[in-house]
Ligand binder design. Structure first.
Ligand SMILES: Nc1nc2c(ncn2[C@@H]2O[C@H](COP(=O)(O)OP(=O)(O)OP(=O)(O)O)[C@@H](O)[C@H]2O)c(=O)[nH]1
Ligand SMILES: [Mg+2]
Ligand SMILES: [Zn+2]
Length: 290
């Protein structure tokens, strides 16, 4: 870590460490304190010019709305968003839909992982997530416990930077531990009473995989409200809407009560899942509330 200033040129932020970030510069990992009033996140590329670091313009960012318009950036410069759910929990498709919208909007490829297929309710849950395969998204059903299905996921990650998101306890860290033997990040049993996770992972960390590619292990997320998206952005990027999008009578159609709305017609004619449409309406409502 000596003479950092002279030798560093470029690196990628892999974690936060107190007030500092950890930067992978290839030959080693160094820490650095970001300038005040700047938000540096995992995935950011740091460039050093005459010893002074700055982050490069992000090609995309995973952002969520916080309270009172505050915005939290979860990660930057991603190729893939791995939206993770598991058997053994009552997962809400709405959360998956929201992540898909944000990924589509940012130009990040969304894929769905269903973990814990070793559990009893797997058939029922596989059927539910297959809806996303029918819509054209990559769906990976696997078990971090038995290892089944992990190779397929590893193959899809090769050469990419991905972030793994989902509820606490779905097994994000367990999957990453299996993909990167020797890593051994902490995991914890879900609460027996509530069936929920314990928020074991407390901050994001980018992990290099021996099979190629990088994956960010992130803390569990219960609610996710996208940040900076208009209702039109939501409709344009909503799973299943793409075929009908742009075919409504009114150009500013919000697909709620408007006449000759292509989305509403598709729901009526069973060409679009009513569940998906309801999830769209709930997302618009939660944006308004926020
Ligand atoms: N049966 C079964 N249990 C699993 C599987 N994968 C993970 N688990 C268990 O699920 C629990 C939660 O796993 P974690 O990896 O800590 O989950 P996480 O998504 O990282 O949770 P947070 O860090 O809190 O967001 C642990 O007890 C794991 O052993 C699986 O494929 N099958
Ligand atoms: Mg974890
Ligand atoms: Zn419409």
């Amino acid at each position: 870590m000596t003479s950092k200033k002279e030798t560093l040129t470029k690196g990628r932020i892999i974690a936060h460490h107190g007030l500092k970030v950890l930067i992978d510069i290839g030959s080693e990992i160094v820490d650095w304190k970001p300038p005040r009033r700047e938000t540096w996140v995992v995935g950011d590329i740091v460039r050093f010019k005459e010893g002074r670091p700055s982050i490069e313009k992000r090609r995309n960012a995973l952002k969520r709305a916080g309270y009172k318009g505050a915005e939290q950036i979860l990660a930057a410069n991603l190729d893939q968003l791995i939206i993770t759910a598991s058997c053994g929990e009552a997962f809400r498709l709405g959360l998956i839909d929201r992540f898909i919208v944000v990924a589509n909007h940012e130009g990040i490829e969304p894929v769905i992982v269903l973990n814990k297929t070793d559990l009893d309710d797997s058939e029922e849950k596989i059927e539910i997530v297959e809806r996303y395969a029918r819509l054209g998204y990559g769906v990976f059903c696997l078990s971090a416990k038995t290892g089944e299905g992990l190779n397929r996921l590893a193959g899809s990650l090769n050469g990419k930077i991905a972030s793994m998101v989902g509820h606490s306890g779905v097994g994000k860290t367990s999957i990453i531990n299996m993909l990167a033997p020797g890593l051994e990040r902490a995991t914890a049993k879900i609460h027996e009473k509530t069936g929920q996770g314990r928020h074991t992972t407390s901050s994001a960390m980018l992990v290099k995989l021996p099979t190629g590619g990088k994956i960010i292990d992130s803390p569990g997320i219960r609610h996710f409200i996208p940040s900076g998206l208009t209702p039109a952005d939501i409709a344009e990027n909503f799973p299943g809407f793409n075929q009908m999008y742009g075919q409504c009578k009114f150009r500013d159609c919000k697909h709620l009560t408007e006449p000759k709305c292509a989305i509403l017609t598709a729901v009526e004619e069973n060409e679009l899942d009513r569940d998906l449409y309801d999830s769209y309406k709930r997302l618009l409502e939660s944006l308004e509330e926020n």
